[in-house]
Design a protein around this ligand. Structure first.
Ligand SMILES: [Zn+2]
Ligand SMILES: [Zn+2]
Length: 340
């Protein structure tokens, strides 16, 4: 059975679970580990059964609970090499690393992991809960942070945000296991085939995903300034489409963000508006998906009803019992699991 659960979606945290065969993948870890676990339990998902975490990009709203979750569960983290490096630099902002130094650090960490596996003394459950708030640092926002999360997390960076707390190994970037993938190259995690594709967004190497398992195709595309041809290609023939519908253009224009931030949100490496998402759904989307989920709605510059109405109009006449059921993913609530 294939199962898809959105744990959270929006500018303050994104995370979802894709399950198929015997494999379960956490896609992004944008809430604290404690909150992720709480929501998983609400959704009837057992955190202990997760096999991996995979990341779209390094912005705060996608990595907030990454290190603690991966350490606690002792599971591998999949990201592109550039995203891994950007995440590492973000957590160690005062120590500028050359590429060679970063590669050396990765090697050292791999050796540590190997040594730990050999001595078999690592107890993931022993990891301190205090680490929950570590990755909320905004010490060097110009480098990697999202404009939208920058605005929102800067206002309330949370306890302990100013200085990253080192892990048990004395390194906040330490992860139990790391796997690098490349956009455009399909690979497998257990029973799930993963096809990462490049998206236009102001991060180091951002990607969307198509997951294929048990003959079902699930596409996730959020955090993109527009929908380029390669993304349109990837979104063809999917059974579930989770698509960004970030802001209402008028609300953004009249809203609270400074003009420079508004410009970045609107840019071709920003976020998808209700209008752009609806235009895609109306004119180019093939109408094949059983479910269309609107995601990453801004709390400052959007209203769920505006996003819904725009998409409903675009899908007019295409919704049926079997196709194009429209759902909205929320920031504060788990979206009931979808089964195939
Ligand atoms: Zn982002
Ligand atoms: Zn985001």
């Amino acid at each position: 059975m294939v199962r898809f659960t959105v744990l959270a979606s929006g500018s303050k945290g994104n995370s979802a679970i894709v399950s198929g065969g015997r494999t379960r993948i956490l896609v992004d870890a944008g809430l604290s580990c404690r909150e992720l676990f709480r929501r998983m339990k609400l959704a009837g998902e057992d955190p202990e059964t997760l096999d991996a975490v995979i990341l779209t990009h390094e912005h705060t709203d996608h990595v907030n609970g990454l290190a603690v979750t991966a350490r606690k569960l002792g599971i591998p983290v999949y990201f592109t090499e550039s995203t891994h490096r950007a995440w590492t630099r973000w957590l160690t902002p005062r120590r500028q690393m050359t590429y060679a130094q970063w590669v050396e650090q990765c090697r050292r960490q791999a050796a540590e992991r190997q040594a730990e596996a050999e001595t078999a003394q690592f107890d993931p459950a022993a990891e301190s809960e205090e680490l929950d708030s570590v990755p909320v640092s905004v010490t060097n926002p110009s480098e990697t942070l999202a404009f939208e999360t920058e605005v929102e997390t800067a206002a309330d960076p949370g306890p302990g945000a100013a200085s990253p707390v080192p892990s048990r190994q004395g390194d906040p970037t330490w992860l139990p296991s790391v796997e690098h993938f490349k956009a455009g190259q399909t690979f497998e995690i257990g029973d799930i085939a993963v096809s990462p594709f490049t998206i236009p967004h102001d991060a180091a190497d951002p990607v969307g995903f198509v997951f294929r398992t048990e003959g079902v195709r699930l596409a996730l595309a959020t955090d993109l300034g527009y929908i380029p041809p390669n993304v349109k290609q990837q979104l063809k023939g999917v059974d579930l489409l989770l698509l960004e519908s970030n802001h209402d253009l008028e609300m953004l224009r009249d809203g609270p963000y400074p003009w420079s931030v508004k410009q970045r949100v609107l840019s071709r490496v920003g976020h998808l508006s209700n209008e752009t998402a609806a235009a895609y759904l109306e004119n180019e989307y093939d109408g094949q998906a059983a479910y269309v989920i609107l995601a990453h709605l801004s709390e400052s510059n959007n209203l769920p009803e505006l996003a819904r109405v725009a998409a409903e109009r675009a899908l007019m006449g295409r919704a049926s019992l079997l196709a194009n059921k429209l759902l909205l993913a929320a920031q504060d609530d788990v979206l009931a699991s979808i089964y195939f």
